[in-house]
Design a binder for this molecule. Sequence first.
Ligand code: ME8
Length: 659
Amino acid sequence: MGRFYVTTPIYYVNDVPHLGTAYTTVVADALRRFHLAIGDETFMLTGTDEHGQKIERQAREEGLAPKEFCDRISERFKDAWPKLDVAYDRFIRTTDPDHEAFVKDLWEKIAKNGDLYLGHYEDWYCVGCEAFKTEKELAQPGNLCPIHKKPVERVKEETYFFKLSRWEKPLLELYAKRPGFIQPETRRNEVLSFVQSGLKDLSCSRTSFTWGIPVPNDPKHVMYVWFDALSNYRSALGAGDLARFWAPSAKVLHLVGKDILRFHTVFWPAFLLSAGYKEEELPDAVFAHGFLTIDGQKMGKSLRNAVDPLKIAAELGPDVLRYQLLRAIAFGQDGDFDHAALVERYNADLGKNLGNLLSRTLGLCAKLNDGRVPAMGPKTGLEEDLFARTKELLASARAAWLGLEPHRALEATWAISAAANQYVDRAAPWAAVKTDPARAHTHLATLLEVLAVLSAAIWPAMPRKSDAMRAQLGLEPLRTAIGTDVFPTAMGGALTAGAPLAPAGPLFPTYDEKAEKELLARLVPKVEEKETKVETTNAPAPAPAAPEGASAAITYDDFAKVDLRVGVVLTCEKVPKKDKLLRLTVDLGEAEPRQIVAGLALSFTAEALVGRKVVVVANLAPRDFGKGLVSHGMLLASGPSEALQLATVVDAPPGARLK
Ligand code: ME8
């Protein structure tokens, strides 16, 4: 028996649960279930990351106190995961009092060890990442965060620095000693070269806002949100759980997306070492998985929120979503979540392969043995082959689960089902029964044994379908117990001859062409349409808005996704060789003015716009007009391109939000 402690990132409450966050969470739960199945004691942690400037700002925009805002969104996460059959052991919030107490204690330990000093910080900060950026990381023009494509902010303030530089050598030694600490290998190399290129001390507190954990003895500072957030992995465990799950005998695994690898593999171990924790008290592994696209498109905020994992789960069942996430994407690599492929795989792997194996076997048992488990007679080469192949594939599945390759584990599991389907075709019990009923019974008993094995092997990925399948086989749900390994190793002995079976219809009813189309129409969001519609007004020649009747109603949440801001035009010039385009810089109350390119030149001279107050769609994805001319927003206007009227707001300062 071992112990297995698996964590997901704690998710920012500036967003609701989406397919990306569901991905990490589902994988964590599947791994947890696999470890439970092999008899390990397990603990799964997830939660929400609630402090910091990003959340404070968003709460303000929503007109709520930060805590109230966090309460609302955190609840959405807490409720969402059980709907995907994720059974976490603790849902931590960084506003939980025990977390806060732990973080303060960690800070004090680090301070006592001389790794925190007061200084002045001046550099770039991306509020979206809640991270400092070096000059060379920024995209130009406009000093943009390479991830969020938004201008970074200049931060200049008193700060407590963490002596990260001191930990450069110990970290490199750690990576050398523990090759499995950073996984997969490619990610390890990235981190190695980052640390080898030299670590600067880290600004670890802020004074320009208050939504955070106050620094002990200097409460005008709040702690850097990542200092606070990373600590959750230890603060979440009470004394008893800590002794059991963060001990040398336990495996501590942090699952993260590749976007937050550095925080987990550089800052987090450095904080722990600095606070006096020993090397064996560090997590065992940080596994960084890839990023998902949806139907081939990058998961921008509007798209990712339009693809609601809960909706997919409600339509097809949580197991189907889980299967697709675990099987279709090679864990560790970037991958695509494709709706058409989801339905295709549903029909093929689930309906025709596994589902059909169950229904045809139970159908034959009903016909040939009165719906009861037939007796197993002597085995021939056909059965021996299937028994041997199943054993081999089960070993591969087990190794793949242990090796953090759920996609391979499921591939091996489904290969068992495919082998069993081939076996039925070859054995042809429906023909054998005419000449040798005992032989036909052996065929069916063999198939039932293979199904019993499959019903257990799918449990980590598809717990609900495992239960349903086992009920049809007349078996109890898979019972896990600490110290007992119930993940199957071979087939045989699960069923008793004469026991009743309980067929209950197809496990995965297949969709015909018409039903499939309807399903896809319900599942696939019409984001592309929406996004291009907005974007066309940002195009060089804005089409005159033609208000032919009312547009379809949208919800307030839909409207709230559009970030409309008051801006003041600072400079404006014609774009050479483009009749309609003007290049503007617009003050939106941010650290740096934005560059916006707009198709206004047929209606306005450049000079006429300088000093004008305008309304800007501030969160529109940047649009590249070629040759490095990028627009970071769109001005609202109405009318034909030769006679445009600009929307304006008279009495509001730059940056004010329209709502
Ligand atoms: O970074 N594909 O929170 P976050 C795959 N609060 N995974 C994705 C994804 C995508 N397109 N988008 C998001 C934070 N994820 C911090 C973490 S931990 C101490 C603090 C997943 O809400 C992936 O796991 O931005 C990624 O690392 C995480 O969501 C980021 O979540």
